[in-house]
Design a protein around this ligand. Structure first.
Ligand code: NDP
Length: 423
């Protein structure tokens, strides 16, 4: 049995030593953990039981023209071809005049759910009548938010079942994502209501279905800009429109359609120090809001079939302050690279990235297929996984391309031959 008792009370060095003492890691592996630990003091403040910093590659997506302004967009991802696809999609849209975006609000819903309710309609009426008072209590719990122009705005009451009622409070969180602020405001309201309502409060917490923080992006692409080596732009555009319709009809396809969108969305969210789990959960909950799971973007041809029109709507509870944003130096640098200083601007770039990512994926899928481009980049990862040093990748890559092979076994055997010939 391993004994790591009071692990959380140990210092970082003691934790590493405990893993060695328990024969969980070797001394060599401790060195790996130490080398990756770029800022142990910060890490120890950010999370519990800190071991090391897990690094992901960061790259820059280019060609973004959004509302007439050019952006360089930092993206953090381990997946090959995401940044290339993003820049490719953005370049087509740049040639077509760029993205137009609209951000409608930055409100987060908070829920106070009552259980064991005996008269749901009566409770609903009671809560609705107290709107003004409840908003006041919420705002008094975090006055600095109201001073900045934010705060609780309105409420609604939903009867979820005969015994369950949800009081939802919409809160303008300004430049923050707002989870913590909303949760404290809700607890204050729940405490107040606990003294006057007989039904007990089951829980009070924000909702991640951020449908009052919607961002939209659209673009209009002349079909000739979509031409591929073996397919005319007109045909590509028609096929993209059908693929888009398919993602509205079939949840199996919609899930993959949306995964492609989130490839870009998450990569920017991570680079900007945002809570990408919150963004993921919002996106998928929003995608199923109509009752069936659908693609988050739509593409269609205009009336004379000369322009492909694309649009996307995403719930984006994003932030430029709060959480770990101001304490991670790289996030500051990334905000500066992208020249963003507001949550609205961040939502504008993220929603545009989602649309560009989707365009690039659909264009490849309906023409040569995604494997051709994807595998070219994936091959590098396969060669590294075979044990190659970074300076060996180019040689093995060339050989594998000549052999038209993409598998790990071939990479391993070519690498072994190379090493043999060098001895
Ligand atoms: P914080 O708790 O960090 O609160 C935001 C902070 O930003 C406050 O301290 C606020 O200052 C400050 N601030 C400075 N300028 C502004 C401005 N212009 N507008 C708004 N705030 C400003 O973070 P959040 O409340 O945003 O919560 C986000 C964190 O919560 C994330 O780390 C997320 O991962 C986590 N979380 C997410 C959950 C979920 O999604 N379900 C659940 C729980 C936590 P002041 O105090 O003076 O107002």
């Amino acid at each position: 049995m391993t004994n790591l008792s009071k692990f959380y009370q140990k210092t970082w060095q003691q934790r590493l030593q405990a893993l060695i003492d328990q024969k969980i890691i070797s001394d060599q592996q401790r060195k790996i953990l130490q080398c990756s630990a770029s800022d142990p003091e910060l890490g120890d403040q950010q999370i519990e039981n800190y071991l090391t910093h897990y690094n992901l590659p960061e790259g820059l997506a280019l060609h973004y023209l959004i509302n007439g302004k050019r952006y360089l967009i930092p993206m953090v991802t381990e997946e090959p071809s995401v940044i290339a696809a993003s820049s490719h999609g953005a370049a087509i849209i740049e040639k077509s005049g760029g993205f137009t975006t609209k951000v409608s609000g930055h409100l987060l819903w908070g829920q106070i759910v009552f259980e064991k309710v005996s008269q749901p309609e009566k409770l609903k009426k009671n809560l609705e009548e107290q709107q003004e008072k409840l908003i006041l209590i919420a705002n008094q719990a975090h006055p600095s938010l109201q001073k900045r122009g934010g705060g609780a705005r309105h409420l609604r009451v939903r009867i979820l079942a005969a015994d369950l009622v949800s009081l939802d409070l919409a809160i303008d969180t300004q430049e923050a994502m707002g989870a913590n602020m909303v949760n404290s405001m809700l607890e204050a309201v729940a405490n107040y209501l606990g003294t006057q309502i007989s039904a007990p409060v089951l829980l009070s917490v924000l909702s991640n279905l951020a449908d009052e923080s919607l961002a939209q992006a659209s673009c209009r692409i002349p079909v000739e800009f979509l031409t591929r080596p073996q397919l005319a732009g007109q045909q590509v555009a028609e096929k993209i429109a059908v693929a888009s319709r398919l993602a509205q009809l079939d949840p199996y396809r919609a899930a993959t359609h949306n995964k492609g969108i989130m490839n870009g969305v998450d990569a920017v969210a991570i680079a900007m120090g945002n809570d990408w789990r919150a963004i993921e959960s919002a996106a998928h909950a929003f995608a199923v809001k109509s009752g069936s799971y659908r693609g988050l973007s739509q593409w269609q041809l205009n009336s004379d079939n000369s322009i492909l029109e694309g649009k996307i709507t995403l719930p984006l509870p994003v932030a430029v302050v709060g959480g770990s944003i101001k304490i991670v130096p790289l996030v500051q640098l990334n905000q500066q690279l992208a020249k963003i200083n507001s949550a609205t601007q961040l939502a504008e770039i993220i929603v545009s990235v989602g649309l560009a990512q989707n365009l690039a994926a659909l264009q490849a899928l309906v023409s040569e297929g995604i494997q051709q481009g994807h595998m070219r980049l994936q091959l590098r990862a396969t060669i590294l996984a075979a044990g190659a040093q970074p300076n060996e990748v180019a040689t093995i890559l060339k050989q594998m391309q000549q052999m038209k092979k993409t598998d790990l076994t071939t990479a391993q055997s070519l690498l072994a031959k190379k090493h043999e010939s060098e001895h």
